[in-house]
Design a protein around this ligand. Structure first.
Ligand code: MN
Length: 560
């Protein structure tokens, strides 16, 4: 008996999102598309929240135009995107008319497969997106955001998959954004899914703990139909198992993918060269880090916590914060830690420790969470905490978007003549600040991508940081990637499309941009980092807020 395993390559989306802060430009994708199109991939993942965000924010590319170009260049391969359910590509719940408009336009411009997930695994938040995908005649994939907790049992995941099947999904994905999945757990889950529902099963597993290839093999042995990989020059670590490696691993077996290893080698070599071009976005936090399997706090998060605590002169509290994160998660009913829940939990844990008293400060986002504003918690939330946080405030027990009025007309009015198409309106809807800025710059003819630094000569001594170079790296928080800038203010190049932080008090060395995410309470009495760079000019974050003043994490880059 043979069973062909289908492959989705993430090279054009998740791979560079996981390793290079989502910075790959369309100009580096198009030249290889002819070869990619010949491989025979089941699909290529090309679009998602972070790619859209990075296009508009840094690359100054129209993400819709990228999609159309890829569509034209890849006529024989399905194009796939990641959609955050009712959040679409943004950070809040959108009204249903925006969801429908977005999905219709994404389908029209070239997306064939929509992988749809919700941070709470609340399937109510998937329904309208699934319906919209089916209305467009495209493939709707329901997603299990994998996590580990007492309530996240195989039975619970299977029940979720059955609900998604009943809602009209064409397939189901196990999305292990954090690298928490282990090989035998993967096998057990897939076996149960295959036994109890009829949809094809996809495995999307990050190699953060070095286990992803083993997870995929066990999943395949137990009936999984599809695997997500990344071409080898963009594989492993916080990315996915290498495409060539998985193809080789299954070659000649009953699960042969049928893909041409020699052609894949050519593609791998091409991207090996491309990667060098983006060397400034390489980070030491994208290789394998096994700590996630011990305390479920990934290494990158530990590094960042350490830095934040250091600024507070509280590095000795590190152990307490690490221990507090799972306690807060338990109090909130074990949400999977993925945007926005990862920030909600992490920030509250930080406050609980630094304030010297648990929940002395409760962030607005925890309050919103406890009212049901993000959907239904997977487990029981702590009722005492809920009463303390929201008193007698009414709970939202309906789907949160049921409370939203239609928005498209208002959005069209707000962006006005800057929008030349419905797609432009949707760009603005997803990212109000940077979307508007992008459309304004386009109208003024001043769009300019952030500069790329020259590739160093082989053997050249690396320049010390501080030579006018913003050093940027990506850290991981339970599978979400966060971009952190370390900026040397005096010499930051003007050309890097920045704006001045409006706060004259904001002179942090640790600073980053954020978009419209309101996932951290502005009103909380946040312990502020010590002002260590007193001689520096005001920060020039790429948006109007210096994140480090608010919380310990920078803007999510979103890796899913
Ligand atoms: Mn992912």
């Amino acid at each position: 008996m043979t069973k062909k395993i289908f492959v989705t390559d993430t090279i054009l989306r998740d791979a560079h999102q996981s390793l290079l802060a989502t910075r790959m430009r369309t100009e580096d994708m198009l030249p290889i598309c002819e070869k990619l199109d010949k491989v025979g991939y089941w699909s290529l993942e090309v679009w998602g929240g972070a790619t859209f965000d990075a296009c508009v924010r840094f690359l100054k590319e129209d993400p819709w135009e990228r999609l159309r170009q890829l569509r034209a260049a890849l006529p024989n391969t399905r194009l796939q995107m990641l959609l955050r359910g009712q959040n679409l590509l943004g950070y809040r719940h959108y009204s249903d008319d925006v969801v429908k408009a977005f999905v219709a336009k994404a389908a029209l411009n070239g997306i064939d497969v929509f992988r749809i997930f919700d941070a709470m695994n609340d399937v109510r938040n998937l329904r309208v997106a699934i319906e919209a995908v089916k209305a467009a005649g495209k493939h709707a994939q329901g997603t299990i955001a994998y996590t580990v907790s007492p309530v996240h049992t195989v039975e619970a995941f299977v029940a979720q998959a059955k609900q998604m099947e009943a809602m009209g999904c064409d397939s189901v994905a196990i999305k292990d954004m954090a690298g928490l999945l282990t090989p035998f757990a993967a096998g057990e889950l897939v076996k149960a899914l295959k036994a109890e529902q009829s949809l094809p099963v996809f495995i999307h597993s990050h190699d953060t703990a070095g286990l992803a290839a083993m997870c995929q093999l066990k999943a395949v042995e137990n009936g999984a139909d599809h695997i997500d990989t990344a071409i080898s020059s963009f594989a492993w670590g916080t990315s996915h198992p290498g495409t060539e490696s998985m193809v080789a691993a299954l070659k000649g077996s009953e699960f042969d993918t049928g893909l041409d290893l020699e052609l894949l080698q050519e593609i791998g070599l091409y991207f090996y060269a491309v990667r060098k071009k983006y060397h400034q976005f390489e980070s030491e936090f994208t290789s394998v880090d096994t700590r996630v399997q011990v305390n479920q706090v990934p290494g990158g998060m530990i590094s960042n916590l350490a830095n934040q605590l250091k600024e507070q002169g509280a590095l000795n509290r590190m152990g307490e914060v690490l221990a507090e994160i799972p306690r807060v998660r338990k109090d909130l009913g074990y949400p999977p830690l993925v945007t926005p829940t990862s920030q909600i939990v992490g920030t509250q844990a930080f406050f609980n420790v630094l304030a010297g008293e648990r929940y002395k400060t409760i962030t607005n986002e925890v309050k919103l969470y406890l009212t049901g504003g993000y959907g239904k918690a997977p487990g029981q939330v702590d009722e005492k905490l809920r009463r303390q946080a929201i008193g007698n405030e009414e709970l939202i027990d309906v789907r949160p978007a049921d409370l939203l009025k239609p928005e498209m007309t208002k959005l069209r009015d707000e962006i006005g003549a800057l929008a030349k198409s419905e797609e432009d309106v949707l760009t603005y809807a997803m990212f109000p600040d940077i979307g508007r800025k992008f459309l304004e710059e386009r109208a003024a003819g001043t769009l300019a991508p952030e500069p790329l630094l020259p590739i160093p000569e082989p053997g050249a001594v690396a320049k010390a940081s501080g030579e006018g170079v913003p050093t940027e790296f990506v850290i991981d928080v339970h599978g979400e990637s966060y971009r952190v800038d370390i900026t040397v203010w005096a010499s930051r190049p003007r050309a890097s499309a920045t704006s001045t932080c409006p706060s004259t008090a904001c002179r942090r060395r640790w600073c980053s941009s954020r978009s419209t995410n309101s996932s951290v309470a502005a009103s909380a009495s946040a312990p502020r980092p010590a002002n260590r760079a007193t001689s520096a000019p005001p920060c020039r974050a790429t948006s109007s807020m210096c994140w480090s003043r608010k919380a310990m994490w920078s803007r999510p880059v979103r890796r899913c």
